[in-house]
Design a protein around this ligand. Sequence first.
Ligand SMILES: Cc1cc2nc3c(=O)[nH]c(=O)nc-3n(C[C@H](O)[C@H](O)[C@H](O)COP(=O)(O)O)c2cc1C
Length: 190
Amino acid sequence: MEFDFVVKKRNSTRSFKNKKASWKDILEAIDAANQGPFAGNQNDLKFLIVEGKEAIKDIAEICEQDWIKDAGIIVLICSDEKNLENMYGERGRVYSRQQAGAAIQTMLLKLTEMGLDSCWVGAYSDVSLKEKLKIPSHIQIEAAIPIGYAKEHEKKKSKNKLEHSLYWEFWGEDKRQKHHEIEREIDKKV
Ligand SMILES: Cc1cc2nc3c(=O)[nH]c(=O)nc-3n(C[C@H](O)[C@H](O)[C@H](O)COP(=O)(O)O)c2cc1C
């Protein structure tokens, strides 16, 4: 699929058919997510793949989102920020969350490209999930991704208009200026 098409096609699926995704496809999506980028080239990610029906039901309960129980597979994307924190202090912890977010999005896009459906789930009790899945307390659970085949694709919501998200050259400046005008502004400020 063409990149722009995949980006626009990806959406959150919250109802799954009774058809399980192949674990080999899941590995392919994880492999894509695991390509980075990574701050200081420190890949601190771990992917926990959950296929057991009972465990999936338990995760749905912990997330308090009943639809999750119909997913055939859930991948938990986790990170261990220790190395990054040792290297960069508090900022390293921020990097760890940021690179996990990048990996999650790559994974969602790869799943979309392979014809699979998923949803980024971030609402859960960390403590309960860690206890249930034997995840050590120092590990961050960045997201749970239930994966399957959509019963039906939710209608794509109209996305934010790009112009509402843009500033030009300076914070708050929402009009693009001609280049010489920008230089004049900078001259005035120095
Ligand atoms: C950090 C984060 C946490 C999210 N947590 C949940 C969640 O717990 N449950 C859920 O149904 N969707 C969750 N979502 C998905 C958003 O609701 C969804 O991306 C948003 O409504 C836009 O819809 P779209 O993904 O179809 O474009 C989460 C998304 C992000 C980025």
